[in-house]
Unconditional design. Structure first.
Length: 142
């Protein structure tokens, strides 16, 4: 069963010893791919966690990720999904309103095109901001 571990701590301990991932792999007895996966995903088996702890000469529980961080990451993912959903719903609503105005004759085609493009660009910027900020937040907590 995979467990969440503190990837920042693993990288920090590895860098303090000036070890490459290959050297950590050799010292811990884990494959290079396993070390890379652990550092990227933050998940590993109990045996891998024990091997890393032994290589760093620390207790295995010291590599555990803080539960508060896990909850923060989950909340960040929920916020990201709601942010993208809100941008999509706003885009859909705006496009519907513009289309209805176009069909009723309230606006002409050139204005509708301008409005469609503006709303699309605005939603694209909103999604870029949501993605960028959530990635920065995730990098700061994971």
């Amino acid at each position: 069963m995979d467990q969440m571990i503190n990837t920042k701590l693993i990288k920090k301990l590895r860098n303090e010893r000036a070890w490459s991932q290959e050297q950590l792999s050799s010292v811990s007895g884990l494959s290079l791919r396993t070390v890379q996966r652990i550092e990227n995903e933050g998940r590993c088996s109990q045996e891998s966690k024990k091997a890393l702890a032994s290589a760093f000469e620390i207790k295995a529980f010291e590599l555990d990720i803080d539960q508060v961080s896990v909850n923060s990451i989950a909340a960040n993912e929920r916020g990201r999904k709601f942010g993208f959903a809100g941008a999509f719903i706003g885009l859909l609503g705006a496009y519907t309103g513009i289309t209805m105005a176009l069909v009723s004759g309230s606006i002409n085609f050139s204005d509708a095109g301008l409005y469609y493009g503006s709303i699309g660009a605005f939603c694209g910027v909103c999604c870029a901001v949501i993605g960028t900020l959530s990635n920065k937040y995730r990098a700061g907590t994971a």
